[in-house]
Design a protein around this ligand. Sequence first.
Ligand code: APR
Ligand code: ZN
Ligand code: ZN
Length: 361
Amino acid sequence: MVQQVLGVVAPGRDEPVRVETIVVPDPGPGEAVVAVQACGVCHTDLHYKQGGISDDFPFLLGHEAAGVVEAVGPGVTEVEPGDFVILNWRAVCGRCRACLRGRPWYCFDTHNARQRMTLTDGTELSPALGIGAFAEKTLVAAGQCTKVDPEVAPSVAGLLGCGVMAGIGAAINTGQVGRGDSVAVIGCGGVGDAAVVGSRLAGAARIIAVDIDDRKLETAKAMGATHTVNSRTTDPVEAIRDLTGGFGADVVIEAVGRPETYRQAFYARDLAGTVVLVGVPTPEMKLELPLLDVFGRGGSLKSSWYGDCLPSRDFPMLIDLHQQGRIDLGAFVTEEIGLGDVEQAFARMHEGDVIRSVVRF
Ligand code: APR
Ligand code: ZN
Ligand code: ZN
């Protein structure tokens, strides 16, 4: 049964988003229709709206989501109607070179649902990150659904679908933070804070939070940072060295995406330490480094894509830790809002007033 529901659509470059009636078709082979319960407002949605990711307007925004499977198409075995699921960016193929090498987060041949949702006049919508979950219902590939404990608050579950997973995964999967390590996190928005939580979970002894905004440093402290550095007033590289016996951090996680913070991350690591880049730069940004420093400092420079996560392994694990009270993912939810409030949530995000606004249905 084709359904008409409400969704938040970005109509064109830099135009305000609008709540529109959208048409959601029946799930085809390998697909599922999910009744969305919560969807976080992420920077990537704003980038879509601004035309920074693609020109494929109109976009159906929202991609940090959890909900209940309503219907599945032929051949679906992963989930069934009634399952509570977190949505992920891509249904991996399991057969391409990236998948076979154990790095499915780079899968070349995703089996995401074909883009078949439309406006009522038949205009095709492009769902953000293959999800489109600022909508009462959305059509995805069944492989994008990961079943988790239905007792968890939907707002918390949804956040694991993107920013929180990216940050925790940067620490535990990409950075391989270990017991007793010193970690520096540069940029403490939602992603950086999640990296703090991940580092703490991994047993880091020192977690140094760096930001230019004291409010963000307070939040990072509440999330588990042991030290804070305001890099507007203090040189963060020197401060990190001072706090690590003059050496630098074992793992430095960059969660801003700017040349100056990439440079700080590069120089703030211990010899043979690891730099993890989670912040997404823009195409024109460049970083110039003396080759002798690149060679001489050893260690590794890694970028972290979706926290290098395996949704089927990591989502249920993190929900379990949250349910046990060993991490508090509820702390990432600043406010719950309605579908009509997304434009305002973008403004608040821009002002740095929120960690996450979450649309509830
Ligand atoms: N030095 C230190 N911190 C900075 C700097 C800087 N030069 N510039 C900005 N920041 C801080 C901001 O004050 C803010 O706390 O970086 C943080 C960025 O946080 P958010 O804007 O909330 O972004 P977030 O959702 O955490 O994402 C961070 O990771 O996945 C990527 O695309 C995402 O590039 C983005 C980054
Ligand atoms: Zn693949
Ligand atoms: Zn996101």
